[in-house]
Design a protein around this ligand. Structure first.
Ligand SMILES: [Zn+2]
Length: 118
């Protein structure tokens, strides 16, 4: 995904208002410093990539979702990637429900940083 300054600023703003927790799974995310993040949570460098903070369009770009503040939330790489793996991504509300219920069943992230975040 192409990341320009505007998106980066929107992503950071969203992340700050979400207290750096993923909009979907509520796991912590990192933006620029994976090393201290992996030290803090004691996970591998590979697992840490899943928790990179990304800009997520609530209304997907392919549905005409725009790069505006109201449409951008911060989501971890894992949730973002999984939502958009499908040709027709779920709407954001359904996807929140899906992720949260999977989280409760322990069937979402392969590695959890924070237990029972929901
Ligand atoms: Zn997530």
């Amino acid at each position: 995904m192409k990341t320009n300054n505007r998106i980066r600023n929107l992503r950071r703003k969203a992340a700050e208002s979400q207290d750096w927790q993923c909009y979907y799974c509520q796991q912590p995310m990192w933006e620029t410093d994976p090393k201290s993040f992996s030290a803090r949570f004691r996970v591998s460098d590979r697992a840490i990539l899943l928790f990179r903070c990304t800009a997520e369009h609530l209304e997907a770009r392919c549905d005409g979702g725009r790069d505006i503040e109201e449409n951008i939330v911060a989501a971890c790489h894992y949730c973002n990637r999984n939502r958009h793996r499908k040709k027709r991504p779920k709407d954001a509300v359904s996807y929140v429900s899906l992720v949260r219920s999977r989280m409760e069943q322990g069937r979402w992230h392969p590695v959890l940083l924070k237990q029972n975040p929901v």
